[in-house]
Design a protein around this ligand. Structure first.
Ligand code: C2G
Length: 132
């Protein structure tokens, strides 16, 4: 079984996230999503999520492409995750291109193109415009 892993916050889940999860799953048979915890988001990413971890996890677990959701608590856990879950492929959007090449001695590293026109920031900005 070819196991794929990817990481992210996935807050205000949108079709750009679905696009990358679908393509990540196409690279194997089993997709693990390491979901950034609320604490990791706030302390390390400077992100305040709209939905808390448990809700974001619930949403991801409802996606047909996702087989397992685990917490992402630190930047440095990728090496141990790949070992622990015996991952064959590490996937991230190409906004991260090159940033995780150090994992290449453990598994395949694949950067997939982002869906350019959609982002959580854009959604929030559009909503603010429409509510004025
Ligand atoms: N993504 C995408 N298209 C978009 C928006 C996001 O393909 N329009 C992808 C990103 O490239 C990423 C994944 O969806 O691979 C999750 O995006 P975020 O939730 O923004 O994740 P990020 O904050 O980049 O966290 O340790 C790695 C980090 O946890 C990644």
């Amino acid at each position: 079984m070819r196991r794929v892993i990817t990481y992210g916050t996935f807050d205000l889940l949108h079709y750009g996230h679905i696009n990358i999860l679908r393509r990540a799953k196409e690279l194997g048979d089993y997709l693990i999503v390491a979901l950034s915890t609320d604490e990791f988001n706030e302390k390390e990413k400077g992100k305040k999520t709209y939905f808390p971890y448990e809700k974001r996890k619930q949403l991801l677990e409802a996606i047909r492409y996702v087989d397992l959701v685990i917490p992402e608590n630190s930047w440095g856990q990728k090496n141990t995750d790949i070992d622990e879950f015996k991952c064959d492929v590490f996937v991230m959007g190409d906004d991260w291109k090159g940033r995780f090449d150090f994992l290449k001695d453990k598994c395949e590293v694949v950067y997939l193109s982002r869906t350019p026109e959609i982002s959580t920031t854009k959604i929030k900005e559009d909503l603010q415009l429409h509510t004025k």
